[in-house]
Write a protein that binds this ligand. Structure first.
Ligand code: FPP
Length: 228
């Protein structure tokens, strides 16, 4: 049987941290911490499986309207994550990249992001992209405005190069944890032909084995890209 092989690019909507915490009578911040710990191990596992690009939705533009207390706990986790992981990713040969509107983020986090990206820039084994302050519509609008500023005709190819994901291939497999069956403004242009995988599992419980299952399901898909 024809199989697709291991997806080159996996994107994940990491949903369900809040419900994971609620089930345990813990604050939402505890769910986000558990989510961060899972995210670190899961990304390592994805690259070990042969995935070359892994893109994770950590904070949407819409999430920025959450209560300040929750945002502060997420911002603290981002600070901790970039401080603890940039060097580790460099050693593993993984380039770290962040997409989104940085003007929406605290200045010190922008500095940590820039330092992490610079430190890991020559990583040749894979690219780990975190979407922070990211929205698919905002990504498209910023590309459209840049195209207008340049005054050039827009094609599918040069439009892709104006998106925040410039240089990344489109995702092959888009996974959403946490039971909801929607895309929620993630990679709207880029996911046009992504294979979708939805699971009820809340993100902190989304194990390496379940990622293996998602990859196996992907390998059985028949990707036709609109052709016969
Ligand atoms: C959605 O779950 C998840 C988020 C808004 C945050 C995702 C963040 C992490 C996985 C950890 C931190 C990431 C980094 C990069 C350090 P939700 O809170 O909406 O869950 P719910 O739908 O159950 O309420």
């Amino acid at each position: 049987m024809k199989t697709c092989g291991v997806p080159c690019h996996i994107a994940i909507i990491m949903d369900g941290n809040g419900r994971w915490a609620k089930k345990r009578l813990l604050p939402r911040s505890a769910g986000h911490r558990a989510g961060m710990n899972r995210m670190v191990a899961l990304a390592d596992h994805a690259f070990d499986c042969g995935v070359r690009y892994c893109t994770l939705f950590a904070l949407s533009t819409e999430n920025l309207s959450r209560p300040q207390e929750e945002l502060n706990s997420l911002f603290s986790l981002f600070r901790e994550y970039f401080s603890a992981n940039a060097e580790r990713l460099k050693k593993k040969g993984i380039a770290l990249r962040v997409i989104g509107d940085r003007s929406l983020l605290p200045a010190d986090i922008c500095e940590l992001i820039a330092a992490g990206e610079a430190l890991t820039a020559d990583g040749g084994r894979g690219v780990l992209t975190l979407a922070v302050g990211y929205g698919g519509r905002q990504d498209i609008l910023s590309a459209v405005n840049e195209a207008i500023r340049r005054g050039q005709p827009v094609t599918a190819e040069n439009f892709s190069s104006l998106l925040w994901t410039n240089g990344l291939p489109d995702p092959d497999l888009l996974i959403r944890t946490g039971r909801e069956l929607r895309i929620s403004n993630f990679l709207l242009w880029q996911a046009a032909y992504s294979e979708l995988y939805f699971t009820d599992t809340l993100f902190p419980d989304f194990s390496d084995t379940e990622l293996d299952r998602a990859i196996e399901a992907y390998e059985r898909r028949d990707r036709r890209f609109g052709k016969v």
